[in-house]
Design a protein around this ligand. Structure first.
Ligand SMILES: *Cc1c(COP(=O)(O)O)cnc(C)c1O
Length: 223
């Protein structure tokens, strides 16, 4: 990987269809690097931990038009804090969490944007609904009126071939379409949050509307 953060963002933009939202993932990335990405025009930033994000968000208060996206697993006891810090939560991965967020969103009078994290293939390392679990939870999710449920998020398991990875993204898209065609009053399925540094081209091929890119913008994090 070569070039500055600014140059890399410009290169990535050229490869993204204009309606695909670029979320710059800034876990373990410095505030200075975040500012550079902001200067390059990025307004959507993703963090995986509520705590880590808080420190940076404090330092970046002079940049008021940032949209913050929570992309990592959220524990119930941090849900309230998450709702005050993030406009989007991509990692809503259980009915219990959705109902907790719904209750807190009512209390706080906020209406967070939500993606439901699905696990298309078995993966012990990842959170998320399996397809049958999600389908079963839909009636109750539809009752979570304080949440603006916008679509699905997925992370393919590590070690898949490109063809298998594409298959996971396509299955996620098909699932969103299937749910979108049912008559739910509060479940919109317009957003597909999928694609990371290694696989975002495949995700776009399958119809991603939001890609979450870290290393390809900011370099290796050492994980
Ligand atoms: C870290 C992370 C990303 C970004 O991954 P890269 O490989 O650095 O692009 C995207 N989504 C989630 C959920 C992550 O935790």
């Amino acid at each position: 990987m070569t070039g500055s953060i600014t140059e890399r963002i410009a290169q990535i933009r050229q490869q993204l269809p204009p309606d695909v939202r670029l979320i710059a993932v800034t876990k373990r990335v410095s505030v200075e690097a975040i500012r550079e990405a902001y200067q390059a025009g990025v307004r959507d930033f993703g963090e995986s931990q509520v705590q880590e994000a808080a420190a940076k968000q404090d330092e970046l208060q002079d940049l008021p038009d940032i949209t913050w996206h929570l992309i990592g697993h959220l524990q119930s006891n941090k849900a309230k804090k998450a709702l005050t810090q993030f406009q989007w939560i991509h990692s809503c991965d259980s009915l219990k969490l959705a109902q907790r967020l719904n209750q807190l969103a009512c209390e706080l009078a906020v209406s967070p944007q939500i993606c439901l994290q699905v696990k298309i293939m078995p993966d012990p390392h990842k959170y998320g609904w399996t397809i049958p679990e999600l389908l079963e939870a839909l009636p109750e999710l539809d009752q979570c009126k304080a949440l603006q449920i916008q679509g699905l998020m997925t992370i393919p398991p590590l070690g898949l071939s490109r063809q298998e990875t594409l298959g996971v993204f396509e299955r996620t898209r098909d699932l969103a379409n299937e749910i979108g065609q049912q008559n739910w009053s509060n479940l919109r399925m317009h957003q597909l949050s999928m694609g990371m540094s290694e696989d975002y081209a495949l995700a776009i091929q399958a119809g991603a509307t939001m890609v979450r890119l870290g290393r390809i913008i900011f370099g290796e994090r050492g994980d």
